[in-house]
Design a protein around this ligand. Sequence first.
Ligand code: PNS
Length: 166
Amino acid sequence: MTECINHVLVPGTFDPITYGHIDVVRRARRICPRVTVAVARSLGKNGVGTTFTLEERVDFARRALEGLDGVDVMPFDGLLVNLARQVGAGGVVKGLRAMTDFEYELQQADLNYRLDPSIESIFIMSSPEYSYLSSSAVREMASFGGDVTEFVPPCVADALHQRFNR
Ligand code: PNS
């Protein structure tokens, strides 16, 4: 009998973490007793670097997810499947918003499968209220002085305000 998965990773760049990410982490926790939010050092989607440092992104995620039983946050560098093996996670959970996410995530899942077929890729459809929400949209809104309090936890909204409204 194949063993059930009792620990999953929710990986991402989290630049910064949004309520959409938090929704996916909560829902991953509903289906698995242990969830590790894995914050990638990452160069950012366009290769020009992230807005927040790895340490800041980890700190925001820890504060945003504080008190969620069975959920922890850790930074990582390198291959996701290596981290999964290192911490004993049997699956990777990602949120899917639109077809554009699907194409990208399918490619990532395929690569991860080739690297280690024992790690399951699991997808959670984003809740409709977050289907439009992305870290890049939040950063853009904040950079033009828009109010982002509806989309990110208070610690992130404060940090974005400080970063863009100096
Ligand atoms: O939030 P993002 O940017 O969609 O997260 C992407 C992330 C960090 C999960 C992905 O780029 C990743 O897994 N990076 C680690 C390197 C890796 O294992 N890549 C996939 C196989 S080559």
